[in-house]
Write a protein that binds this ligand. Sequence first.
Ligand code: CP3
Length: 339
Amino acid sequence: MNDTFLKACRGEKTDYTPIWMMRQAGRYLPEYQKVRGNVTFLELCKSPDLCVEVTLQPIDILGMDAAILFSDILILMEAMGAPLEFHEGLGPIFPETIRDQAALDRLIIPDAEDSTGFVMETIRLLRKELKVPLIGFAGAPFTCATYLIEGGSSKVFWETKKMMFTNPQLFHNLMDKITEATIGYLQAQARAGAQALQLFDSWAGILAPGDFAEFALPYVQRILASLQQYDIPLIYFANNGATLLDLSITSGADVIGLDWRINIGDAIKKVGNRAVQGNIDPFSLLLPKDKLRQRIARLLDDAKDAKGHIFNLGHGIHQFTPPEQAKIAVDAVHELSCK
Ligand code: CP3
């Protein structure tokens, strides 16, 4: 068992810096495309055998030090009763938006085993196969709320901020419900065998620090507090979150995920006695080999004072990234960080 990732999360000494990449199972891999060619994305997410297969691909092909459960943050929103559609090239769509109390009342707090048993089954199957630790995950409530309120992805988040500022009680009620569902969902993942859990807050960075503190962070804190009993590393990743770092470190996470917009050394000074995960610009995987290796060497050096460092991209790997380039990065991190 390669437990380098778990050791780094706990701030223990490791022989080298472990690496995994957000969205490491996905369209940039021809092997994923092949599986995906026969099923829709949602069918894939609900087929444990296929989820196991695509989860293992980046471990076998690229040599990652951790696996992340193949699923999607929006699967839980669907289980809460919000019909979810994925259209080719359009991303996720919720035709029934949540913008008033009546719509919110129709959402349920599902039983995780009953309604998302396929996720728990995937975890149980993966634990039999894997020789690296398995990361489970969910979306952070704020990020999930934006999809339900907007009805899909957004650039301006008009409806989300309109609700926050004109009907804060409704917004808090929605956050509260998503939070309760997420607690049940992540606790079930931990019981099924997830060895670390990550909360993805992809849209936290659209908030002013004061609004993040009022509308988003308390719910992250509540979720992470409910997971302490499982004694597994908890990771909080707020994308575009450099200006929220002072707040994010109060989330209760053991590991703080960082995007590329902050120098990792500067972040480590703030994060103090916790591990960090990140944070190379995903597009730097396009650099020629020698330049990519130089950049990785610099990042490893900038991170040398971290309590623990898990190498990752600052956000998900882009779908047009050549897999060979990802492999260069994995090998470089292993080789250059060897102590
Ligand atoms: O990281 C992994 O390898 C595990 C799988 C994973 C997926 N989505 C698979 C996926 C994870 C951890 C996610 C998280 C997720 N999903 C987030 C948070 C991380 C982030 O990127 O900010 C968000 C915001 C979503 C919602 C979502 N799912 C969007 C916006 C999209 C469409 C965007 C796109 O890339 O097309 C998805 C679809 C999705 N989720 C795909 C994959 C592999 C592509 C689906 C396909 O095969 O067509």
